[in-house]
Design a protein around this ligand. Structure first.
Ligand code: 5AD
Ligand code: SF4
Ligand code: FES
Length: 345
């Protein structure tokens, strides 16, 4: 089957899972160029074509869970732990607004010190002071908590499914239940948040068929944002000796995702920037339309190491902001100045 025909079928929403698998299997340089070019054009046609910026604030690295891949898992006793105060989270969010960001992403480990009321209060106080979209990324909670945070003014929620292969999910997540994660994602959508989810690529034993199923699930959920990055080992985890993923697999996946879900927001992630110094630029050229510079105060950054060699640990917020603008310019794109909600086509 000709590559162009497969791409055409996907764009017309008339495809089978084997079409996705065949695109994910491409390894010829010319074919990959065709795929990335089509994904890039799709991004330009179905989104504003401008790159949305999200300031990410990693406000606590305490975590009650022990995901096998993650550097801040509770079992990593070598990890020094920190929490920012509510006041600091709010003032850093206001700083992000002043810097020019119109979305702040509040991310942490699963830290129940930050109760439903504490986080609700943070959202309300940010929203009182500045007109900025608030994305939460704090993991699994209950129905009532998600409902309450939406009422407090949260706009988006980000929680990856990590993999839709249930066996693999179970092996990687000793504390989690796949069905409960799915239920959370459904609630989040139902409460009217923009829903962000995603996976890691190149997990041990993950197959191309798994990845194709991941895309089908995103489509079924009509997720508004999909954040994906390569799996990278961390020395303080049981997966320390696994091999890291390769950049091309992530780029192919992002490009196919763009063809399938034409108008969604897709970030070129920090993990993609870690695996290759030009990973984020390549991501933008393969259909991504979001960048999420680190806005965490510099003193905390070195303690939020989910994987080895994470970038932006010694730089400060302004440096990352300027660096991000520079990268956007390098690929002849422009930064958006809107809140960057999904532009349904
Ligand atoms: N490699 C790549 N990504 C990771 N994450 C956690 N640990 C790793 C790792 N070792 C990702 C997970 C999580 C997100 C916050 O970071 O996908 O959802
Ligand atoms: Fe905690 Fe999230 Fe890391 Fe799992 S992936 S250990 S829930 S921070
Ligand atoms: Fe942080 Fe480039 S984005 S240094």
């Amino acid at each position: 089957m000709k590559l162009e025909n497969i791409i055409e079928r996907i764009l017309k929403n008339n495809f089978k899972i084997k079409d996705i698998i065949s695109l994910l299997s491409l390894d010829n340089k010319d074919d990959l160029e065709v795929l990335y070019k089509k994904a890039f054009e799709t991004m330009l046609t179905f989104t504003s074509g401008k790159i949305h910026l999200r300031a990410i604030i990693e406000f606590s690295n305490y975590c009650r869970k022990n995901c096998r891949y993650c550097g801040i898992r509770r079992g990593n006793k070598d990890q020094k732990r920190y929490r920012m105060s509510s006041e600091e989270i709010i003032s850093v969010s206001i700083e992000a607004y002043k810097q020019g960001f119109r979305t702040v992403v509040l991310q942490s480990g699963e830290d129940l010190y930050f109760t439903k009321d504490k986080i609700g209060d943070i959202i309300k106080r940010i929203k009182e002071k500045v007109d900025i979209a608030v994305t939460l990324s704090v993991g699994e909670r209950d129905y009532e908590t998600y409902r309450y945070w939406k009422m407090c003014g949260a706009d988006r929620y980000l929680m990856r499914i990590e993999t839709t292969n249930k066996d693999l999910f179970k092996k990687l997540h000793p504390d989690d239940d796949y069905e409960y994660r799915i239920r959370c994602l459904k609630w989040i959508k139902e409460f009217g948040y923009e829903l962000g989810t995603g996976i890691m690529l190149g997990l041990p034993k993950q197959t191309l068929e798994d990845l194709a199923n991941d895309i089908l699930l995103f489509k079924k959920f009509d997720a508004d944002m999909i954040g994906c990055g390569p799996f990278l080992p961390h020395n303080g985890t049981p997966l320390f000796s696994e091999k890291m993923s390769d950049v091309n697999l992530t780029l192919k996946f992002l490009a196919v995702l763009r063809l399938v879900m034409k108008d969604i927001n897709i970030p070129a992630t920090t993990a993609l920037g870690t695996i290759d110094p030009y990973g984020r630029e390549m991501g933008l050229k393969a259909g991504c339309n979001v960048l999420m510079p680190n806005f965490t105060p510099v003193a905390y950054r070195k303690h939020y190491l989910l994987y080895n060699n994470k970038i932006c640990i010694f730089e400060d917020a302004n440096k990352c902001y300027q660096c991000t603008l520079e990268r956007i310019k390098n690929v002849n794109l422009k930064a958006s100045d809107s809140k960057g909600f999904r532009e349904h086509s």
